[in-house]
Design a protein around this ligand. Structure first.
Ligand code: SF4
Length: 97
């Protein structure tokens, strides 16, 4: 019997938002400095998603509402990080938080 592997986080983001995060160039121009709100930079969060690393679903940065608020139009490469964060939160909840 075969089991369907879970789609990658990158694919989940792509299907839900149309955002292809492989366009992330790890430039870290989206770096936001909000005291006590981030455990990893926002750009690192995107890199974790590209690596299909579930840490992306549990890091403090993902769940920070201050980061969420700051994520509008913050990517200099045109990625909608607000939409990406929203989908990752939903996926984390789907996987049981
Ligand atoms: S600004 Fe955009 S392209 Fe640059 S690291 Fe952040 S998400 Fe990636």
């Amino acid at each position: 019997m075969t089991t369907n592997p879970r789609p990658s986080l990158r694919r989940i983001v792509k299907e839900a938002t149309g955002q292809d995060i492989s366009k992330c160039q790890a430039c870290f121009d989206c770096d936001v400095s909000i005291e006590n709100e981030l455990d990893i930079p926002l750009g690192s969060l995107i890199q974790l998603v590209l690596q299909n690393d579930e840490e992306a679903l549990h890091c403090q940065t993902l769940w920070s509402d201050a980061v969420m608020d700051a994520s509008h139009n913050i990517c200099k490469r045109g990625l909608n990080l607000h939409a990406v964060i929203t989908v990752l939160r939903e996926e984390s909840n789907r996987r049981g938080g």
